[in-house]
Design a protein around this ligand. Sequence first.
Ligand SMILES: Nc1ncnc2c1ncn2[C@@H]1O[C@H](COP(=O)(O)OP(=O)(O)OP(=O)(O)O)[C@@H](O)[C@H]1O
Ligand SMILES: [Mg+2]
Length: 463
Amino acid sequence: MASPGAAWRRALASRRAVGFGESNARGAFGVHASVGAAGGETTTSGSAPSTSFGDATRPSARAFSTRGVASATPPSRSPALAEKFSKALVDDIYRSSFRNQTGVSLKYMMDFGAQPIHRQLMVSAQFLHKELPVRLAHRVAELENLPLGLSSKEQVRAVRDWYVESYDELKSFPKIENMEDEARFTKMIEGVMNKHANVVPMIARGVLELKMELAGRGGADAAMGGGSRSSLERTLGADLPEISQFLDGFYMSRIGIRMLIGQHVALHEENPRADHIGLICTKMSPRDVVRDAIDDARSICMRQYGDAPEVEVFGGENFAFAYVPGHLHQMLFELVKNSLRAVSEKYAESLDNPPPIRVVIAEGAEDVTIKISDEGGGIRRSGLRRIWTYLYTTADSPLLDMDGDAASAGGPVVLAGYGYGLPLSRLYARYFGGDLQVISMDGYGTDAYLHLNRLGNVQEPLP
Ligand SMILES: Nc1ncnc2c1ncn2[C@@H]1O[C@H](COP(=O)(O)OP(=O)(O)OP(=O)(O)O)[C@@H](O)[C@H]1O
Ligand SMILES: [Mg+2]
């Protein structure tokens, strides 16, 4: 490993290269609180999550998120952090951000949690006690070194502080030696998970402000309704590759942390549901999850349009595999919402019945693939590139009508508008070794292919 000093110099050079702005423009936007809340949560029908989720590509511009960079910003160079927290804590975080993260696989989680006897819960708690601070420290270092001045945004700093405080809480927790310690630890990490519930909308707000600032007054006016729809779309969909890379890595890490905590907490359930090991359902029927997600998405569509196109499901009868139903529900919910919106809009003025959306479930040897097809008119090829960009949306963004506190409280549940649905769904798919592809025929419709790795032995991607 390169020496910290060398890494520091490199990172400073790269900071200059990306033009670190120190702007503090304030805005008034938010994203719904449960955006990307998953990771741990098992969403069930009837309690539809609001929206969205990312892209599991490991950031290649490592200057912003690597251990190298962690070292690259010694506390003295980061006054905001050093002013707020003790030097000892900040130094400790930077040291931890040098440590390697340890990934686990779905299969490992399943084998490990198959019999959550005391000894195993202890081992799991001890692992988390060591692992979580390392993962949090990586994120703190990253949040301190974001390009284009994003680190200085108020919301990003607030999130960074949550990470620092949780790091401190974890590190201050004494060695876990007996089941009492384990129970206290479990309660504590559950609190950490709750505290971080609104990280996604907070970061989204920070990114939104940055995008508007970069777009200049024109962008802000457009966002406030003074500009044209296309200029707003351009602003929100602005291609900032380094920001996308950061968000992909950051949200992916968050999915992992929440999965680990959620799994540990769920192993404590006194009356675990049949065929469940923590959050994992060993015999998950994709058809059941598809049905729930369709019901939830259609009810939002009904609310918005007064009606909802039909959705037909093919395949997947009498077939089950091990997966996290909460994750699958979230991805399907997002994809079905997108199709419902496209079809509803296309047929809004038509006297014809809208064509049904078709969901096909295919059981392969390696993958389970779920295809969602609609005849909602497709996506223009010029827009196709941007659908994986966070905040890109062709709907009215509820973010723009929210005031400052709304982000931490969560925003309205809408059919579309946050521009997080597709990128976050892709991250969830990739987290367990799957993927998401969207293929469109402009003028006709869209097919989304959701691939899920059925063996589950792929290790978590660790940004
Ligand atoms: N099935 C589809 N048919 C037509 N356009 C689509 C479809 N799916 C996605 N899109 C386009 O891609 C954009 C981004 O989709 P994404 O789901 O990421 O965000 P959104 O739906 O706008 O907002 P939200 O985060 O609330 O879901 C949409 O605004 C829409 O323009
Ligand atoms: Mg969407």
